[in-house]
Design a protein around this ligand. Structure first.
Ligand code: NI
Ligand code: MN
Length: 227
């Protein structure tokens, strides 16, 4: 079965492979864009890009209920462990082969404090080698030249923020697609709050005009099948 990527609004994605259900940045409670509640997801692994509330989200209660393993940076993994859930600590540049595939933490230019102000380590993105496909989840980040390095790996699907203000905006996101050269670019991290409202259709049109990637806009609840 091909990999299925389901958007749950903001920066939350469910990724279903033959062997595992992954959930990235499960900000569901308090997310007006979310199509599911924390009780409606059943991941085997939860990937957390940084500790900001709109990414850490419901990771802890979901992991407690499902027994999912949290994959994140050392500081967030430690926090999860202290709160009694399974966690696998990694850090930027490091890769690990899990039963479902390989995960590598990438650079994200951003912050990562917990909602209470506690230290959440450095923010990251993820390269995910799953069943012969390479996915890149940028996380919250500025445009960075490092993306050319990730692009050299041969990315099938990139998930990129376009919201501006806290992350790359439309112009830099289009440049990022140029650096990454993915076959498909899914737009994320926009419209959740007024300050990150964007015309995603216009961004998609720019991606189509200026890069070789196929832009994809998923409504919350919609799924991209990675053929
Ligand atoms: Ni953030
Ligand atoms: Mn964010």
């Amino acid at each position: 079965m091909p990999i299925q990527i389901t958007y749950h609004g903001h920066a939350c994605f469910g990724i279903q492979t033959d062997t595992a259900n992954l959930l990235i940045d499960p900000f569901l409670t308090g997310n007006a864009m979310a199509d599911v509640t924390p009780e409606q997801v059943s991941p085997d692994y939860i990937l957390v890009s940084h500790a900001h509330g709109d990414h850490l989200g419901d990771a802890l209660p979901i992991a407690r209920r499902t027994g999912a393993t949290v994959i994140s940076n050392y500081e967030i993994a430690n926090y999860m462990g202290k709160h009694g859930v399974k966690a696998h600590a990694m850090h930027i540049g490091g890769a690990h082969v899990f039963p479902f595939g390989k995960v590598k933490l990438t650079i994200a230019h951003h912050g990562s404090s917990f909602p209470d102000g506690g230290y959440g380590g450095n923010p990251c993105g993820f390269l995910l080698w799953l069943e012969g496909k390479l996915l890149y989840f940028a996380g919250d980040t500025a445009l960075t030249c490092d993306m050319t390095l990730y692009g050299a790996e041969g990315i099938d699907v990139a998930m990129l923020p376009i919201g501006d203000n806290f992350t790359m905006g439309p112009e830099d996101a289009v440049k990022a697609v140029g650096f990454l050269q993915p076959k498909t670019a899914i737009l994320m991290h926009y419209d959740t709050f007024p300050v990150i409202a964007q015309d995603a259709q216009a961004v998609a049109a720019e991606v189509k005009a200026k890069t070789k990637a196929e832009p994809v806009i998923l409504k919350p609840g919609e799924t991209l099948v990675v053929a």
